[in-house]
Design a protein. Sequence first.
Length: 207
Amino acid sequence: MIRGNPPELVVLDLMLPGLDGLDLCRAVRSETTNPNVAHVPILMLTARDEEIDRVVGLEVGADDYLTKPFSIRELLARVRAILRRVDLMRDAGAAETRPPLVVDGPLRIDVGEHVASVDGRALELTPKEFDLLTLLARNAGRAFARDYLLEQVWGFDYAGLDTRTVDTHVLRLRKKLGPLEDRIETVWGIGYRFARSSEQRSASGGR
């Protein structure tokens, strides 16, 4: 059904008969040949309130997480917030007139197409991984606090998440970047930064 008529948003319960919500979320995100399916925003619902369940749900690609019991008012607020973010990203992509962002020779990030590649090999990134990589790479050399990354990448009401969510996503990003994994540096006591390329360092006098 999702392949045939991609929805604007999926509200997905974790506890389902047969295939559970986590597996279904993974299946949606694995549709890499169909961006309309792979990038559909997902709000996950669950009666579980354990931190590990929230982290796992976000790691497999959910955009937000709401535990039961919840009010319809809060559910609608989160849905509207997710759809606003989708509209903003869509508008930003449509307005993108400059060439794809080139961070380093091997790494290219095309924000409009929502595609990142290393040496011409497309990276299979979740929406949050893509947003995190784009934010870091666009600001190469700048260190970001984990709290700031949570606010900017996860957006509306990231209450319930902690900085380990960022750590987990950075770990996964490093693995997917392969030979460029060392470009995401840990800044002790602060957070993370994307290291400038050798060309950028030379142009800035080695700073």
